[in-house]
Design a protein around this ligand. Structure first.
Ligand code: KG4
Ligand code: ZN
Length: 349
């Protein structure tokens, strides 16, 4: 790999401060992620002011560690890629400022990266440089997103459908809170679900309604607020204002976790397979923090296979926020000359 293939990636859009060095878009040389989960845990979600301050505190150490672990000097880099959108503005600005100062100091190309494109690139990385996944349907499921896209190129996603309310990861986080589990909720709900029966309770699976009098196919989409409320009523009884019982008094806690997870997974699987059929593609790319979920990975893999499709997931370490996906996507963007100058700004959306 020539030295001109090494890209430093910086990610700070939410509550992970991350830096990585990736060669040629696919070869991971280092990956450092500092998670702020502990700092936000007692609030049950990310507090923007705390996130921004924590990024400021950690970012230089994280970037230095990523360069050290890769054994790379800044002067040997081909470029610096950084998440510019979407995300928390105060958090994004920390990564963007650091990337700009490195690019200026070392006269390096500055590569702006869209966080969602990068999540999808993490799935593409699994295929290696010789297999193009395009066109594909991409399912992006994280704490902030639950969307289906037509994926046409590394930086080209066209929206097909999304969620009407909560993101799937957000639903996991809220149900974790109800069950007295830690933040982030996805991993803890999934762990408890291992001990439960996914068919114990039949929680609702939202399906968009067909438009009356319209012959067009039923629209695609997601909604998790009804499911969340169903879980809440199940735990508290019919009085939603009643206090949540202490975790050890919640009846069938593991069954609730497993049945909730099953409802989320079923909705994600059915809409994704349907979208792939309608788009006439052969591949589904799955990305974002919820793509770590083992039940989703196995049910979507099986459903795709049964439908003659291939589902590709990032390796678990690169599902949640990381900088490998930023540095990786930086490579094709640099090749295409999609660069920014030092007036680069961050954008929350
Ligand atoms: O992609 P990500 O790190 O950050 C965003 O861009 O939002 O995703 C974080 C989300 C959280 O809501 C977390 O609860 C969820 O991904 N998550 C999971 C699992 N691991 C993380 N959800 C379900 N099962 C998991 N194993
Ligand atoms: Zn993300």
């Amino acid at each position: 790999m020539s030295r001109s293939d090494l890209i430093l990636g910086i990610e700070s859009s939410c509550d992970e401060t991350a830096a990585a060095v990736v060669a040629g878009g696919f070869e991971v040389r280092s990956s450092v992620v500092h998670s702020q989960a502990d700092e936000h845990a007692r609030y049950g979600g990310v507090v923007p002011e705390i996130a921004g301050r924590s990024h400021l505190r950690e970012v230089h150490r994280v970037v230095e560690q990523a360069l050290d672990e890769a054994g790379v000097l800044p002067s040997e880099l081909a470029g610096v890629a950084v998440t510019t959108r979407p995300g928390l503005i105060g958090s994004l600005l920390v990564g963007v400022s650091v990337a700009k100062s490195i690019a200026f100091r070392w006269s390096l190309p500055l590569i702006p990266v869209h966080h969602i494109h990068a999540h999808v690139w993490a799935a593409t990385m699994e295929l290696g440089p010789k297999t193009s996944p395009f066109p594909a349907v991409a399912l992006v499921v994280s704490g902030g997103h639950t969307n289906l896209y037509r994926s046409l190129a590394p930086d080209q996603l066209e929206p097909i459908a999304g969620t009407l309310d909560d993101a799937a990861g957000e639903a996991f986080d809220k149900v974790a809170w109800m069950l007295g589990l830690g933040y982030p909720g996805g991993p803890s709900v999934a762990a408890l679900a291992e001990e439960g029966d996914p068919s114990a309770f039949r929680f609702p699976r939202y399906r968009p309604k067909p438009t009356p009098g319209n012959a067009a196919p039923r629209p695609l989409g997601f909604s998790f607020s009804g499911l969340k409320t169903a879980v809440l009523y199940h735990i508290r009884g019919q009085d939603a204002l009643a206090p949540t019982p202490p975790p050890d008094e919640i009846r069938d806690r593991a069954d609730v976790a497993a049945s909730f997870q099953e409802a989320v997974v079923d909705a994600l699987v059915s809409q994704t397979i349907e979208a792939a059929h309608r788009e006439g593609v052969e591949r589904v790319l799955v990305a974002g923090g919820v793509a770590c979920n083992l039940r989703l990975r196995s049910k979507l893999t099986d459903a795709a296979e049964a439908a003659g499709l291939i589902a590709t997931f990032p390796s678990p370490a690169f599902c949640t926020d990381n900088a490998v996906m930023i540095a990786g996507l930086g490579h094709p963007l640099l090749g295409a000359g999609k660069l920014a100058d030092l007036s680069l700004d961050a954008a929350p959306r």
